[in-house]
Design a protein around this ligand. Sequence first.
Ligand SMILES: [Zn+2]
Length: 173
Amino acid sequence: MVAIAEILEQPAVAAYLHRLIGDEGLLLIERFPEEGEFSDEELAEVTQINLNSVRHTLYSLYERRLAEYRRIKNNETGWLTYLWRLRLDNIPIALAEEMETILEKLRARERFEDENDFYRCAQCGLLITFNQAMDSDFACSECGSPLSHFDNEILLLALRRRRESIAASLGHG
Ligand SMILES: [Zn+2]
């Protein structure tokens, strides 16, 4: 088992988990007992975190395979208990999956920027595509000022660099 404190020291991992489960979720991970498996109620008691918040965090983690449960049936009452444990060893996979999603969004944005011509109002900053500008006769729909061509080369370049650096970090070359 890797120590949780050690995992959270990695900035990319800490940022990823924070996006996924927020402050209270991180608190749950930090306070999660190192050994064994626990019901959500036990976890709420041990960690002093609100039960709903505990459940919400566990479910979010479960969706990314960062937590798993074992279901136990009480033979007398028939009630089911879910016993949870963390699977933070799956973080590298979850992180890579998120990066792939980000990469896909960047690709789409880059394509949009690349395939469109943009027009901008110098007065109020409104930025629209060529087609939208055509529809309004190249006048700003907010203030009526004439629109001028907006060069998105720098933005496009920044998007490309970001995409390439993420792709490289994922080993896509
Ligand atoms: Zn305007």
